[in-house]
Write a protein that binds this ligand. Structure first.
Ligand code: GDP
Length: 295
């Protein structure tokens, strides 16, 4: 995960090693390499530039050059700043409704259906909840089957109405079904398309307005870098979502999405997907991720 970024940052800090005395120029060179590493990870130029500017300000503020171990202090400043860049504190999800309704949004292939299953499994096994999964993709019959397979594998009921072509009705009926049958969490999986289009946005906006979810989550494939960020912005403009789910972190992702999304939409990453199995879900801890990136 983010191996390339870790390696490049490690190299950047090498500049500070082997110097008897560290100079301002050494620090500037290091930060230039840090910025380059971020850009290579597909972080947007402005975010990378602001990042190193903030680290530089702090380094000056803390008189880095006069401390005993300036290299270590600079690594710490970068780590703290990376943590902030990824959201700072860990963000929980709101499960206060009866039932609490969670709406999943995102493009087709982002991992929405898989993540809906993972979240249901997590809530059932770790949080003692009784979740209901809802298939609201009215375009692809295969999507209902896929959710049924997921539901079967974790022992969670799936609500669907294969003949109904109105996703708003399906979602509303599902919530009624949940209330009548003691489900306390309803996870609504919606139709995604390969790219952002008006019809998909209108549809999810209608579902969102009708069911007023406690949590609207935006699912995005971490491998898509800057595209992920642009898609996040488009969905956030329509839904004002509550959090981001970053999937496929087990793949060869450069890290741009994880590092940029918070700055662009100002919403936290809440969970990550780290594989195809139902157990491959983790709460996202910005500080642990920063620690990991810096090795
Ligand atoms: P949807 O169209 O958004 O519902 O996406 P799917 O849930 O069908 O996922 C698309 C593909 O990505 C499937 O082959 C999933 O098995 C795979 N997938 C989903 N999440 C992850 C993940 O965290 N890691 C990996 N490696 N694959 C994933």
């Amino acid at each position: 995960m983010f191996d390339n970024l870790s390696e490049k940052l490690d190299k950047a800090f090498h500049i500070l090693k082997g110097h008897g005395k560290i100079t301002e120029v050494n620090v500037a060179d290091t930060l230039k390499e840090v910025r380059r590493a971020l850009l290579d990870a597909d972080v947007n130029f402005k975010i990378a530039k602001d990042f190193t500017a903030r680290v530089k300000d702090k380094a000056i503020g803390q008189d880095v050059l006069t401390t005993l171990q300036p290299g270590q202090l600079l690594v710490k400043l970068v780590k703290d700043e990376l943590t902030e860049l990824m959201g700072g504190d860990v963000a929980g999800i709101n499960l206060q409704g009866t039932p609490s309704v969670i709406l999943m949004s995102g493009l087709q292939g982002s991992g929405k259906t898989t993540f809906s299953g993972k979240l249901a499994n997590y809530l059932q096994t770790k949080k003692n909840k009784k979740p209901l999964l809802v298939a609201c993709d009215i375009y692809r019959p295969a999507a209902i089957n896929q959710l049924n397979v997921v539901g079967d594998s974790i022992g969670v009921e799936v609500y669907s109405e294969p003949e109904n072509k109105n996703p708003v009705e399906i979602a509303q009926n599902a919530i009624k079904h949940a209330k009548a049958n003691g489900f306390n969490v309803v996870i609504v999986d919606t139709a995604g398309r390969l790219a952002v289009d008006q019809e998909m946005m209108d549809e999810i906006a209608r579902v969102h307005a009708a069911i007023k979810p406690q949590e609207t989550l935006f699912v995005v494939d971490s491998m898509t870098g800057q595209d992920a960020v642009n898609t996040a912005k488009a969905f956030n403009d329509i839904l004002n979502f509550d959090g981001v789910i970053l999937t496929k972190l087990d793949g060869d992702t450069r890290g741009g999405a994880a590092l940029s999304i918070k700055s662009v939409v100002n919403k936290p990453i809440k969970f990550v997907g780290t594989g195809e199995k139902m157990e491959a879900i983790d709460v996202f801890y910005p500080d642990r991720m920063a620690e990991r990136i810096l090795g």
